[in-house]
Design a protein around this ligand. Structure first.
Ligand code: PLP
Length: 464
């Protein structure tokens, strides 16, 4: 992003791209939004996109693509096996992450499925900074258990800590000390940790955790789905890295890990995903499952057009103008909301802005899903769709008891290069109005509750 200041000294994020293909969006009337929300059973995942004005549900697969990505899709080499598009991608990945082995896999959770199948066995644990919904589901389906090792700051909605995604090294050492040999399937670090507000992990923390893992023979895996936001935040927040290039920072990150996987829908702004391996032995274990679940190992369930697009998208994360756009817009939107008194997760991170709904609706208890209530209300008053990231995004435990999330967040994702500053200002205005009229919002209760990843297909209604 360009460092431009106006005459009045105002700093605003200036887009370093221009729009050449656009999509029309609709702002349907309030009455129509109420009907659409009822039809979707108060679940933003079940709304039709044509009924949504600003779609801030997620950044997955909805970041804007570049002209170069679209052009590369036309050159794709279509073949079941040995496509040259695959070899071009593999070469790019090897060069970026300095890892010799690579498998394309059709999306992030499919990588998690294969890694859990190979490494997680009944009774094993998987320590990590914090879980992601699909990661936890796959580990638990393989009968393993997630152990979270975030530092205390990570779970504070408001904090001065620049790296709230960091792992607490003392907790890690204690866990290793008290765990039987071979019971740790692997340790996972998630870049720009999604469910706690897109909060970054420092490179020094990755180095420290890696040292402990290697000293104790624990495999260490990076979920790099949101690495582009994390890279930018390391470069701008972490002492010692301000003068390093993004390429140098990626190389230092890679050295800390044995395996790196990612959702290409987030990283590289396209579709798909992939897993990089340092050791041939790990590569072979996972590769042998690919034809069973994904397809041949040179397309991994993806179209070759997506493979070409991913290659260009991944190369583009070396460009600071590209990777700064998300975090800078998120910072600006968070700043405007904080200025208007709306309780927010601070400092801002990657992926989107995160509203602290425990403070937004202090009278609605966790069992009435305050963040999902705010999500419904916001859609009704503005046509903006976000997603709940709190207790409703957790599944019940084996006894059917609620697992209360430590934070109740409404996430409004800002897919990269999609929204303009005037649209951000519209969102800020509507959220502020809702906050000032929050006594209108009540709680919710389930009418239909799936057992696994319940937030996707749940049906829910007003509590009263
Ligand atoms: C951190 C993280 N890991 C994994 C995934 C799963 O990726 P996908 O949506 O491609 O299955 C996501 C998706 O949102 C994510 O945010």
């Amino acid at each position: 992003m360009s460092n431009i200041k106006f005459i009045n000294q105002e700093h605003i994020p200036i887009e370093m791209h221009k729009a050449r293909i656009v999509q029309k969006i609709n702002l349907i009337s309030l009455e129509e939004r109420i009907k659409a929300n009822n039809k979707a059973s108060n679940n933003s995942h079940l709304l039709k996109n044509e009924d949504v004005f600003l779609d801030m549900l997620t950044d997955s697969g909805v970041n804007a693509m570049s002209d170069k990505q679209l052009a590369a899709m036309m050159e794709a080499d279509d073949s079941y096996a040995g496509s040259s598009s695959y070899f071009k991608l593999k070469e790019k990945i090897n060069e970026m992450f300095d890892m010799p082995y690579f498998l394309p896999i059709h999306q992030g959770r499919a990588c998690e499925h294969l890694l859990s199948r190979v490494y997680v066995k009944e009774g094993m644990i998987v320590p990590m900074n914090y879980h992601f919904t699909t990661t936890k589901a796959h580990i638990e389906l393989a009968k393993g258990k997630v152990i979270e090792l975030l530092t205390e700051e990570g779970l504070k909605e408001e904090s001065d800590c620049k790296f709230k995604g960091n792992i607490d090294i003392n907790k890690l050492n204690e866990l290793i000390l008290k765990t039987e040999n071979n019971k740790i399937a692997f340790l996972r670090i998630e870049a720009a940790t999604n469910l706690i507000g897109g909060q970054p992990v420092s490179l020094n923390n990755m180095k420290e955790v890696s040292k402990v893992c290697r000293e104790n023979n624990v495999k260490i895996i990076l979920d790099a789905s949101l690495i582009s936001d994390n890279l930018y935040l390391i470069k701008t927040r972490e002492k010692g890295y301000e003068n390093k290039s993004i390429n140098e920072i990626i190389k230092e990150i890679s050295k800390c890990f044995d395996i790196i996987y990612f959702s290409g829908r987030k990283l590289g702004s396209s579709r798909g995903g992939g897993i990089c391996f340092r050791e041939e032995q790990d590569f072979l274990l996972v590769r042998n499952l690919v034809p069973v679940y994904e397809g041949f190992s040179t397309y991994g369930g993806m179209s070759v057009r997506e493979i070409e697009c991913m290659r260009v998208g991944i190369e583009e994360i070396l460009d600071e103008d590209v990777i700064s756009q998300g975090p800078i817009f998120i910072e600006e939107m968070t700043r405007l909301l904080v200025q208007n008194g709306v309780p927010m997760v601070t400092p801002s991170g990657g992926l989107g802005v995160h509203i602290d709904c425990t403070k937004f609706l202090p009278n609605i208890p966790k069992e009435q899903y305050p963040a999902a209530s705010v999500a419904c209300a916001l859609y009704i008053i503005s046509g903006i769709r976000g997603t709940e990231r709190g207790t409703l995004s957790e599944d019940r435990d084996d006894n059917g008891e609620e697992h209360f999330a430590p934070m109740e967040l409404l996430r409004l994702a800002l897919p990269r290069r999609v929204f303009t500053l005037s649209q951000i200002k519209y969102a800020v205005d509507r959220i502020t109005w809702l906050y000032n009229n929050r006594e209108l919002i009540g709680g919710l209760k389930f009418t239909e509750e799936p057992e696994t990843l319940r937030f996707f297909f749940r049906k829910i209604r007003a509590y009263r």
